[in-house]
Design a protein around this ligand. Structure first.
Ligand code: UTP
Length: 298
């Protein structure tokens, strides 16, 4: 069966960005001039996804407004002949989007469960609203290609520094059945480096079979008293094979302050409007900082 649907959970509280996220969705924080969530929607479209469900919650209305038409703005831009800007604004409304609210942020697994009726009995992709992935072939598409061969759930993973395993779900790989594709013995949520079975961490893209919903419905809260998607995937793996695809591209964790700042700088360095000035600014700032460093070392 062809994969046509994607679910983007974006209902988390974004506590790492408080106070900015008190009244604003963290998925709307812009990378230069584009909200994070738009990068995710664009990846879904580039992968051939036809229908997208965004799981939203409190303070997330701007996400719906962002992908809706804004007649006042559009007619203003038309009047002023700002055709390039008009194109940018219109592009965001040309997507088949659906929304559902997660009334309480009870965890990623619970957010995915809200998509049960939308997904029905089809395989689907889950794309986290705060993880931007860059590669020649979009990561969601890589997972969809794997599904065509395996007809099984496949989770994206990436090598992380060993001392950081406790921040992630980690896989216990069994065999590498083909280049970068692993059979998985089990999945462990946030293990300490001593306990981690590998350095392959689960990142924000999942291709799941609809049987995950049955597991999620019976899933008990795990770490942080939240319904964890990793726990549900581990349970699913006991009755159907779940594979892991190693991602070799670039991941931008924009749900974290430092990750967000690095992403903004890197995208700024490719943005036609600001790249030259930003580059020069970084060079000058670097020179100033190293002068300061040398002075403090004396
Ligand atoms: P995170 O744990 O990174 O997001 O979840 P968060 O909870 O918003 O952030 P912090 O930790 O408080 O700063 C990963 C993704 O899953 C969504 C989030 O919106 C984010 O895109 N999520 C998480 C939900 O949709 N619902 C939840 O209950 C939890």
């Amino acid at each position: 069966m062809k994969v046509k649907k994607a679910v983007i959970p974006a209902a988390g509280l974004g506590t790492r960005f408080l106070p900015a996220t008190k009244a604003m969705a963290k998925e709307m924080l812009p990378i230069v001039d584009k909200p994070t969530i738009q990068f995710i929607v664009e990846e879904a479209l580039a992968s051939g996804i036809e229908d997208i469900l965004i799981v939203t919650g409190k303070a997330k209305r701007p996400i719906e407004d962002h992908f809706d038409a804004n007649f006042e703005l559009e007619s203003n831009l038309k009047e002023k002949h700002k055709t390039e800007l008009l194109k940018l604004v219109e592009e965001t409304t040309d997507v088949n989007l659906h929304f559902i609210r997660q009334s309480h942020p009870k965890g990623l697994g619970h957010a995915v469960l809200q998509a049960k009726a939308f997904v029905g009995n089809e395989p689907f992709v889950v794309m986290l609203g705060d993880d931007i992935m860059n590669d020649e072939v979009p990561l969601s598409k890589q997972l969809m290609n794997d599904y065509e061969n395996t007809h099984a759930s496949t989770i994206a993973v990436m090598k992380v520094p060993h001392e950081e395993t406790s921040k992630y779900g980690i896989i216990n790989p069994e065999v590498e059945i083909s280049k970068g594709l692993y059979n998985v013995k089990n999945f462990v949520e946030k293990p300490s480096p001593e306990e981690a079975p590998s350095d392959l961490a689960i990142i924000g893209r999942y291709l799941l079979t609809p049987e995950i919903f049955h597991v999620l419905e019976n899933q008990k809260p795990g770490a942080g008293n939240e319904i964890q998607l990793t726990d549900a995937i581990d349970t699913l793996n006991k009755t159907q094979r779940v594979f892991a695809r190693e991602f070799k591209g670039k991941r931008y964790d924009v749900g974290d302050k430092f990750g967000f700042m690095k992403t903004s700088i890197e995208y700024g360095l490719t943005h036609p409007e600001v790249k030259d000035n930003l580059r020069q600014y970084i060079i000058d700032l670097g020179a100033e900082l190293s002068k300061e460093d040398k002075a403090t070392k004396k």
